[in-house]
Design a protein around this ligand. Structure first.
Ligand SMILES: CC(C)(O)CC(=O)SCCNC(=O)CCNC(=O)[C@H](O)C(C)(C)COP(=O)(O)OP(=O)(O)OC[C@H]1O[C@@H](n2cnc3c(N)ncnc32)[C@H](O)[C@@H]1OP(=O)(O)O
Length: 257
């Protein structure tokens, strides 16, 4: 399938989605979000895909919502269509999604990256929530997710001033898992995604769900949830294979059963 605003390919068990509106720094138009959702749905349904990489160009992961497309909308327009609600599909994807960010990740671009399971950043990456300069506020989770990643003080400064954070600051603040040289970003993201895709899918889904649960519940409930999920994995063949392989000093061959 071909799309107007994204490029889609697979590398072994890794699905890659590349945002591709170079003339607009990958601004997130309605068409791009529609393409992105279709590609995510296709990768979710593809049993041959175990992890997904979401990336952009050298200059921009994405410079936010498409301002030209959004500028004339009225309150009634955005309220009735529930503008932005369709963007959440990345966060709802069960397969792991890794954001590989080079250049600008601003506004909705930063929010999209934060919906992924983790962010690998090039040393050229710049993150920010500049919506305040447009007379609005972040609308795709920026005030909520950024605060959970970097804490209230830094999130508040960024949201109130629109200041950008470079890759080094983003790593120190816990927004990104690692920073790599720009030339190595894509290969590194593919490598990490391939490592995850080779593991037991049941364990990977369970791990993702369990980490995400920590955002939504108390510590006591979260720990109980984790333990029950851990118990349930003993019902899989992959648990038997993983532990047997360790004891036999060989690589495990997971079959997603
Ligand atoms: C999702 C929500 C609800 O949270 C809302 C949002 O996301 S609001 C959008 C937040 N993002 C921004 O405010 C960033 C806007 N862009 C910029 O500030 C700058 O483009 C830049 C700092 C990222 C890069 O600057 P520069 O290198 O000077 O490039 P430009 O000449 O400005 O841009 C090149 C080209 O891209 C178009 N562009 C850039 N960003 C957007 C955008 N968000 N929407 C639409 N178009 C965008 C820009 O207009 C230029 O195109 P031309 O006008 O020259 O055709």
């Amino acid at each position: 399938m071909t799309y107007e605003n994204i490029l889609v390919e697979t590398h072994g068990k890794v699905g890659v989605i590349r945002l591709n509106r170079p003339h607009a720094l990958n601004a997130l138009s309605a068409g791009l979000i529609e393409d992105l959702n279709k590609a995510l749905e296709a990768f979710e349904a593809d049993k041959g895909v175990g992890a997904i990489v979401l990336t952009g160009s050298e200059k921009a992961f994405a410079a936010g919502a498409d301002i030209k497309e959004m500028q004339d909308k009225t309150f009634a327009d955005v309220f009735i269509e529930d503008f932005i609600s369709k963007w959440e599909n990345v966060a709802k994807t069960r397969k792991p999604v890794i954001a590989a960010v080079a250049g600008f990740a601003l506004g909705g671009g930063c929010e999209l990256a934060m919906m992924c399971d983790f962010i690998l950043a090039a040393d050229t990456a710049k993150f920010g929530q500049p919506e305040i300069k447009l007379g609005v506020i972040p609308g795709a989770g920026g005030t909520q997710r950024l605060t959970r990643f970097v804490g209230k003080s830094k999130a508040m400064e960024m949201v109130l001033t629109g200041r950008m954070m470079d890759a080094a600051e983003a790593e120190r603040a816990g927004l990104v898992s690692r920073v790599v040289p720009a030339a190595q970003l894509f290969e590194e993201a593919l490598k990490v995604a391939a490592t995850i895709a080779a593991l037991s899918a049941a364990a990977v889904y369970a791990a993702k769900e369990s980490v995400n649960r920590s955002y939504e519940t108390t510590l006591t409930e979260g720990i109980r949830f984790e333990r029950r999920i851990f118990h349930s994995l003993f019902a899989t063949e992959d648990q038997k294979e993983g532990m047997k392989a360790f004891v036999e000093k060989r690589a495990a061959a997971f079959r997603n059963r």
